[in-house]
Ligand binder design. Structure first.
Ligand code: HEM
Length: 414
């Protein structure tokens, strides 16, 4: 039962470790190049090692684990298909990464297609599971929508990969890239994190009786925002329409943060663990930053044209919110899964450790604080064009992240 989610989670942790080792290896100098020329081989390689090899792997594992729990008594449509999906997706991603790093166009085109087939198998498996269970709530709806956006991300990515080879589309390729990033960053990751939080918070804070109306508001705002932003990039719409997409996402994030506070207010457990507290703080921070950015954009439209600023905003959203929220949640999910897997069957028959002994909450808090601090340094370096500060911040970020990944991996030895 646990093997499938663990396979994805362990592969994700390995990718994360590789990503950080590469960053340490070149003292994060790849980030300075990314700030100057975002579209280059190492940039594509590292970004996808993070978003596909790590983020998407972990997220897929979490979906396989959480959906049967949310559906109560409904198994996954096919566990076997889950393993086939893993094969296509892991091989496709690995080949795509090699293709990116070596700029071997046929390899990019071929393996992008394999990774996309993996995504389609995942979508089919989850789609059939949800369809058969017919239990619609905000968690299952958000998951279904997120998986739909992942399909669109993979499709646009595969089409760009094929277009590298066939060179047919001229400017349309760049429009597709804008839509690809919207579907992936806001659609897939954003929808999944918000949706999963509606389960995670009540579970770890033991919240009952909180109002759930805002969850529907978040889903509505978030989806109209993703579609407005993605299609305005896809069809080359004017800047103001793209701005409207951002406004909707900023509004959705703000409502989401208010809703997290509602769930926390109705808690019956005061100490949910550092991971949950960090996740809430990060949501507040990203909402505030999103509001500031949408307020500034009409006065300084040049922001949207400045690659360095776009890379900084991308880092704040992709690593600062999505990445750190995944890391925070992992500190709760991995001990929970491992404890249930290893000690669940023998509990009451022999002496077992308590869940809180699986990982030190104090160390989780210290490690995440250090990651946030070094991310801040790195962004200062990028913003002020100070390569040495970017390198120091980026290397510290890699080091702290490696320590954190080690702490998570150690849970499997308990
Ligand atoms: C099967 C899945 C995917 C494939 C085949 C794929 C493919 C590609 C390709 C070919 C490019 C280069 C486009 C260009 O610059 O002309 C690209 C860029 C990018 N993709 Fe993906 N992608 C996938 C999934 C994702 C996901 C899940 C995300 C999540 C956010 C993502 C985020 C990005 C970003 C941020 C860039 C720009 C990177 C840069 O310019 O350095 N991709 N992708």
């Amino acid at each position: 039962m646990f093997r499938l989610p663990f396979l994805f989670i362990v592969t994700g942790i390995i990718s994360f470790t590789l990503f950080q080792l590469y960053s340490l290896g070149d003292f994060a100098s790849w980030l300075t190049t990314l700030g100057d020329t975002p579209r280059y081989s190492t940039g594509w390689f590292r970004v996808h090692l993070l978003v596909l090899g790590w983020g998407t792997m972990i997220a897929m594992g979490a979906v396989y684990q959480l959906i049967p729990v949310v559906l109560q008594n409904h198994n996954l449509f096919s566990r076997k298909l889950g393993f086939v999906h893993y094969g296509f997706f892991a091989v496709g991603t690995a080949g795509l990464l090699i293709g990116f790093q070596t700029i071997t166009i046929p390899v990019i085109a071929a393996f992008a297609t394999l990774a996309f087939i993996g995504i389609l198998l995942f979508a089919f498996n989850i789609g059939m599971t949800l369809y058969r269970a017919k239990k619609w709530n905000t968690v299952t709806l958000s998951t279904a929508l997120a998986v739909g956006y992942l399909v669109l991300t993979g499709l646009s990515g595969m089409l760009m990969g094929l277009n590298f080879y066939f060179q047919q589309w001229g400017n349309f390729h760049d429009q597709l890239l804008g839509a690809h990033i919207w579907f992936g960053a806001f659609g897939w990751f954003g929808m999944l994190i918000t949706g999963f939080s509606y389960k995670m918070y009540p579970m770890f804070y033991l919240s009952h009786g909180h109002p759930e109306k805002l969850q529907k508001v978040v889903i509505g705002l978030w989806n109209i925002g993703v579609l407005t932003g993605a299609f305005s990039f896809l069809f080359g719409a004017p800047l103001w329409l793209k701005w409207c997409g951002f406004v909707l996402i900023a509004a959705a994030l703000t409502v989401y943060t208010v809703h997290l506070a509602q769930m926390v207010k109705h808690r019956h457990k005061n100490e949910p663990g550092a991971g949950m507290k960090w996740a809430q703080t990060l949501s507040g921070a990203i909402s505030l930053i999103a509001i500031i950015v949408v307020l500034l954009l009409p006065f300084f439209p040049g922001i949207a044209q400045e690659p360095r600023l776009l890379v900084i905003m991308g880092w704040i959203y992709i690593f600062g919110w999505i990445g750190l929220t995944i890391l925070s949640y992992l500190s709760k999910i991995v001990p929970f899964l491992w404890w249930t897997h290893k000690y669940g069957p023998v509990v009451g028959k022999q002496k077992t450790p308590v869940m809180s002994q699986m990982i030190s909450d104090r160390y989780v808090h210290i490690a995440i604080s250090c990651i946030v601090g070094s991310l801040f340094l790195m962004l200062l370096g990028l913003g002020w064009s100070l390569p040495y500060l970017t390198s120091i911040g980026g290397s510290l970020l890699a080091l702290c992240s490696l320590i954190y990944a080690g702490m998570i991996a150690l849970v499997f030895t308990k």
